[in-house]
Structure formats: structure tokens, C-alpha cells
Design a binder for this molecule. Structure first.
Ligand SMILES: [Cu+2]
Length: 465
């Protein structure tokens, strides 16, 4: 559970002691409490209790790190450590993260803030913290060996810099980087504009896109994997573990994400068009924005898009690479579409009683059947919707737009109740006349006259362009 109350109590005491001391030296003497969070549910936005005012973000399946003010400095404490992260119900991974979770907590501050971040290393090897995209003095950039010595095991380093501009950024190690990011070490940073009326939205969601390679039945990622990952996550969660993005009808909504995987992700949202308003380089001027319904986010890039939620419903949001909306195990299944292997299956079952013939009519049946899975393994395609199996995994969630929600209500409202007569339905009138292209030999015979050739092609699926 969130130990924020503990933090506030401790911070209060520490704060009283600290006001008497000088800033930098005091900071080294009394490291702020490091709150931790183990609950993988989306935590409510953390409204600033001191410092400059701002409109807080909501971290999908995550939380924001509380801070303390210390003589004009905003102080945070990150602890790099091994964590257990539930990827979705039924699977928990052994990852590395910060303050109890992977990804680490979101850091929120305001343009102009002077921030001091303590980073304590409780990993079994050295690390650093790099502040992706932030304009800062070179020695604060966190590149192990280049701008600082690595943080040894058990030690704490301090980073101090001023937030020169608003926008969105990330933190991650720049030490044994391939291993530490493959283990889940990363976090989101939001710097709010000094004027809270600027770029204002009603709901502001953030998440990091990350990927792991975890063998079915295992819990620890393989850290030498370069590109062939098998668990496609948002904030170290895979569908159906990714929380819905709950939105009130009429709200102006911003969705921000950063890509720390080793491939690009075209993020697609149904039901709306939107404008890309911010990248990790800064805000996009209005005159440079254009409409999209999918936005590709490259490796090491961040994107934010905005829309007005005027159409209620359950709107899918997902990566458009279809193998990224699946969980592990799919890769070695042969394509049996069109192969009628029912007779063969009977013969094999006599030899191997557990043999399952699957996939001869596509793989949709895998979304419904309960396949025997190793322990701690997610089904390849899963999730139940109001109309049946969702047949999804990985990078998939639902933007739930509802009327009349309270301003800070992010609770899952359940499935959308469609107004009568607004759902696609089976046609129960007269059946259409079956029309098929003539079989090959016959068509060849008919091709003697051009007119018959044309008539033979007419009924195919391409006839309606
Ligand atoms: Cu993707």
C-alpha cells in the first residue's frame, strides 16, 4: 500500500529539522523518505499540497511520487531495487524498478522548479539515473562513466537541476542499460507549465511503453534479448491487466506515452481523431498540428495527443502491430488455416491423448478455449467483453467515455450500455443469393468471349469498388 501518510508524517518532522540547516548540506544529511507502492491499480491523481499549483496527471496502473519542499527545492527520493510486478492477473514478473514498482513512480513538477532527486541503489549492480529530454547541466545527465561515476551498490547520489521548460520526459539508467531497461527500470516525468491555464486539459493520462522477454512459466526477463520480445506492455502491464482510461463526456483529454522498447508502436485509438500536441522535445505549435487516428512512436520517443471526448462508448486503444496485442506463446504455432486436419488429429490423439488440433479456421478459438498453460503464464489472447471473448493481449485497453462522472472519478464504470438499436446486429431478413466465381476450368472455357469473362468476375468481393 501507499505509504504516503507515513511519508508526510516523516517529512513533516524532517522538514522542521531541515529549515534550521543550510540547503545543500542539510539535504546530504537527511535524505527524504522514499515512499513505495506495490498496488498495480491506477492511483488517483496527486494534487500538489505545496509548491506551485498544477493539474496533476493520472499514471496508468501507477502513481506519482510525493515530494517535500526544502528551502525552495523540491526533493524526491528514488530507490532502484528488485520488485515484483503483476503483469496481469495470473502472472507476476520479477523485475527491477523504483520504489516498489516497475515502472517507477511518475515525477511531477512545474516549470521553474528547482528539483533535487536522491537516487539510492539497492540493485545487485551499479546504476545511474538519466533524465531523458530534460535541459540540464552536463554533470547531471546521468551517463555512467561519461558524466559521473556509476552509483555503487548501496550508495545514494543526488541530482540537482532546474526545470527550464514544461512538457514530458522520462528517467532510466544509463548504466548496463540493455539489462536494466530489459528488467523494467524506467519512469515518466511531467513538467507542468508555470501558468496552469496553459495547455489545460480535464484528464491527462501517462504511461510508458515497455517490452519483456519472459519464457512461459518463468518470471524473470531474459536480458540478452535484442529485438524478439514476447510481452508487450504499457507500464509493465499487459491486457487484460491494463486499466481502462476513464473519461467524462465533454472532457478535453490528453494521452501521453513514451517508448522504451526496441521497436516502434503505432498507437491507434478508435472513435475519435486527435492532434499530436507534445513530444519529448516540447509542445507542438497549433499551426504545426494535423489530425491523426494512429500515431507511431519510435524507439526512445514520446508523444501526447488530445481530443474532446464527445462520443460516449467503450473505445479500443491499442498498438496497431497485431502481434503486440497478443501475449507470449503465439510465435511457434504453425499456420493451419485452410488445412482440414480433423482426420489426422483423431489418429494423433490415439498416440498423444492431450493433442489439440487448433487453428484450421483461424486462431479466434484460442480466445475462448482454456488451453493448458504453464504456471505464471498469460493466455496468448484473452479478456472477456460484454459480447464475448475479446481475443486480445499485450498493448490493448479501452477508453471508457461516460456521461456525468465526477471530476476526479477514474473508477472503472463497467461496460458501455448501448442505446437500443445502436449495436451491429445479425441480418435476419431474406438471405442474399449465393454468388461465387466459377471454378477455374469453367472460367477458362468461358473466356472465349470477353462478355462472359466479365460476367464471371463480377460477383467477386472486389466488384463493389
Ligand atoms: Cu506495438
Amino acid at each position: 500500500m501507499n505509504s504516503r501518510r507515513n511519508f508526510l508524517r516523516t517529512a513533516g518532522t524532517a522538514g522542521a529539522l531541515l529549515t534550521a540547516a543550510t540547503v545543500s548540506r542539510a539535504a546530504q544529511g537527511a535524505v527524504p523518505e522514499a515512499p513505495a507502492q506495490s498496488n498495480p491499480d491506477t492511483q488517483p491523481p496527486l494534487s500538489p499540497r505545496d509548491g506551485r499549483p498544477y493539474n496533476p496527471v493520472v499514471t496508468l496502473n501507477g502513481w506519482t511520487l510525493p515530494w517535500r519542499m526544502n528551502n525552495g527545492w523540491k526533493e524526491f527520493h528514488l530507490v532502484a531495487e528488485p520488485v515484483r510486478r503483476q503483469i496481469a492477473p495470473g502472472m507476476t514478473a520479477r523485475l527491477w524498478g523504483y520504489n516498489g514498482q516497475s515502472p517507477g513512480p511518475t515525477i511531477e513538477c512545474v516549470e521553474g522548479d528547482k528539483i533535487r532527486i536522491f537516487v539510492t541503489n539497492k540493485l545487485p549492480e551499479h546504476t545511474t539515473a538519466h533524465w531523458h529530454g530534460i535541459l540540464l547541466p552536463n554533470g547531471m545527465d546521468g551517463v555512467g562513466g561519461l558524466t559521473q561515476p556509476q552509483i555503487p551498490v548501496g550508495k545514494t547520489f543526488v541530482y540537482e537541476f532546474e526545470m527550464k521548460k514544461s512538457g514530458m520526459f522520462m528517467y532510466h539508467p544509463h548504466a548496463d542499460e540493455m539489462v536494466q531497461m530489459a528488467m523494467g527500470m524506467m519512469g515518466f516525468i511531467v513538467v507542468h507549465p508555470k501558468n496552469p491555464a496553459l495547455f489545460r486539459v480535464d484528464r491527462d493520462f501517462v504511461f510508458l511503453i515497455n517490452a519483456f522477454d519472459i519464457e512461459p512459466g518463468a518470471a524473470t526477463p531474459k536480458v540478452n534479448t535484442m529485438t524478439d520480445f514476447n510481452l508487450w506492455c504499457w507500464n509493465s502491464r499487459a491486457f487484460p491487466g491494463i486499466a481502462p482510461l476513464v473519461v467524462r463526456k465533454g472532457d478535453r483529454v490528453r494521452i501521453r506515452f513514451g517508448n522504451l522498447t526496441m521497436t516502434n508502436h503505432p498507437i491507434h485509438m478508435h472513435g475519435y481523431d486527435f492532434a499530436v500536441t507534445c513530444t519529448d522535445g516540447g509542445w507542438v505549435p497549433k499551426s504545426a498540428q494535423w489530425p491523426e487516428v494512429s500515431i507511431d512512436v519510435g524507439v526512445g520517443q514520446m508523444r501526447a495527443f488530445e481530443f474532446v471526448a464527445d462520443e460516449p462508448g467503450d473505445w479500443a486503444i491499442h498498438c496497431h502491430k497485431s502481434h503486440h496485442t497478443m501475449n507470449a506463446m503465439g510465435h511457434k504455432v504453425p499456420n493451419m488455416i485452410g488445412v482440414d486436419h480433423r482426420g489426422v488429429a483423431e489418429k494423433i490423439i490415439k498416440l498423444i491423448p492431450d493433442y489439440m488440433a487448433m487453428g484450421e479456421r483461424g486462431m479466434a478459438e484460442m480466445g475462448e478455449m482454456q488451453m493448458p498453460l504453464p504456471d505464471n503464464t498469460l493466455p496468448m489472447m484473452s479478456g472477456q467483453g460484454p459480447f464475448g471473448a475479446l481475443e486480445m493481449g499485450g498493448m490493448f485497453s479501452v477508453v471508457k467515455v461516460r456521461e456525468g462522472l465526477a471530476r476526479n472519478d477514474y473508477k472503472d464504470p463497467g461496460w458501455y450500455q448501448h442505446p437500443p438499436g445502436t449495436v451491429a446486429r445479425e441480418w435476419t431478413g431474406a438471405a442474399p443469393i449465393a454468388q461465387h466465381a466459377a471454378p477455374e476450368p469453367k472460367r477458362a472455357a468461358q473466356s472465349a468471349t470477353p462478355e462472359r469473362e466479365w460476367r464471371a468476375r463480377k460477383p467477386t468481393a472486389h466488384g463493389n469498388h
